[in-house]
Design a protein around this ligand. Structure first.
Ligand code: 3JM
Length: 344
């Protein structure tokens, strides 16, 4: 593959660090790598693939000569992505900032790779829970169009970054020692109000909207329709934070227009890139967050008929949201861009 000049914005965060792991693992073809973060992390040294890098503060001038800029998420995207595009870079952005823009493709490479080439400088990476769900939906959609989806998520604290993981660890330690717990991070919202996550469930991810859904729920609904290019598809979602460190799980109920048998669903999922079928009730085999943590594939199991409707299926899907739900998906988009540039 052609070697490109790469920048990572937010390199010190959970997604940024996963970018580095995956670049090494996948032998991602870069010539130069620029590690960028906020002023708080500037000057930090990072050893990577036998070389010492110094983290630089992201500014509007950080992107000269950069071919691809990977944005790990957060508020930096809104401020610096336009500057990166102006400098000639293609931005692959993990934040929700640009996802619903008409001119910004929202891409999961196994699902809608064709959208990549419609970009005008920015390509958006979907929300972690959306990516994990559409990976399982796409092979089923190819059997029959989908009428309606009801999804409930069980989302790990790593969705709130490194701070979220530290919060759960500290609370579990305090719980074991019978010490007082002072919640500091979760749920992440506009109010300075937090609840315990250890030994608890929080039915709030991101802020509340006027329609009483959380923003995370609306992301799943709106993004899924955009990625699947089907505005008619009905979706409703409930997103819940659970005391799990890493890997999201989702219970998904799907009503199809035509018959989709359990067997045909299993076959389609088994043959779909990026999905592992983990489904054998007789042997008590099903996807679990602990098992998918650190893995690239999304795992699907508990596939069974929904007997309450004419053409319904239920399934359970787990995936590492820092890998496929964020860094891996973004890097796969970059790989498609690079492969294609070699052809031209
Ligand atoms: C996942 O700084 C921020 O507002 C980040 C919020 C955030 C997002 C988002 O909306 O970009 C935290 C965690 C996401 C996401 O993937 O949608």
């Amino acid at each position: 593959m052609k070697k490109i000049n790469l920048a990572i914005v937010g390199v010190t965060g959970a997604v940024g660090q996963e970018f580095l792991k995956l670049i090494e693992e996948r032998n991602f073809p870069f010539a130069n790598l620029k590690m960028l973060a906020s002023s708080r992390s500037a000057g930090k040294k990072i050893n990577f693939m036998g070389k010492e890098y110094t983290v630089e503060e992201t500014t509007e001038n950080s992107f000269d000569g950069i071919d691809i800029a990977l944005f790990a998420g957060g508020s930096a995207s809104k401020i610096f992505a336009p500057a990166a595009v102006k400098a000639g870079a293609v931005v692959i952005d993990n934040s929700s900032t640009f996802r619903m823009d008409k001119d910004v493709p929202l891409v999961v490479p196994e699902v809608n790779p064709q959208a990549i080439f419609r970009h005008k400088g920015i390509i958006a990476n979907p929300n972690c829970s959306t990516i994990i769900m559409v990976m399982a939906l796409k092979p089923l959609y190819d059997i029959s169009k989908i009428k309606r989806i009801v999804v409930s998520t069980y989302q790990a604290v790593s969705g709130a970054g490194r701070e979220g993981m530290e919060e759960l660890k500290n609370q579990l330690d305090a719980l074991a020692k019978n010490e007082k717990i002072e919640p500091k991070i979760l749920p992440v919202s506009k109010l300075e109000k937090h609840y315990q996550i250890a030994s608890n469930l929080l039915p709030q991810i991101d802020i509340f909207m006027d329609n009483l859904y959380t923003k995370e729920e609306m992301k799943m609904i709106d993004e899924t329709k955009k990625i699947m290019e089907d505005d008619e598809m009905k979706i409703t979602a409930t997103t819940v934070r659970v005391p799990v460190f890493r890997s999201h799980a989702e219970s998904v109920n799907v009503e199809f227009f035509d018959e989709v048998s359990v067997e045909s669903a299993k076959n389609a999922l088994k043959n779909f890139d990026g999905v592992t079928l983990t489904d054998n009730p007789a042997e008590m085999i099903y996807p679990q967050p602990l098992e998918t943590s650190g893995k690239n594939d999304v795992e699907v199991g508990r596939i069974r008929k929904d007997f309450s409707v004419e053409h319904g299926l239920n399934f359970w899907v787990c995936g590492d949201q820092i890998r496929k739900g964020a860094a891996l998906n973004a890097l796969q988009i970059a790989e498609v861009l690079i492969k294609n540039s070699e052809k031209n």
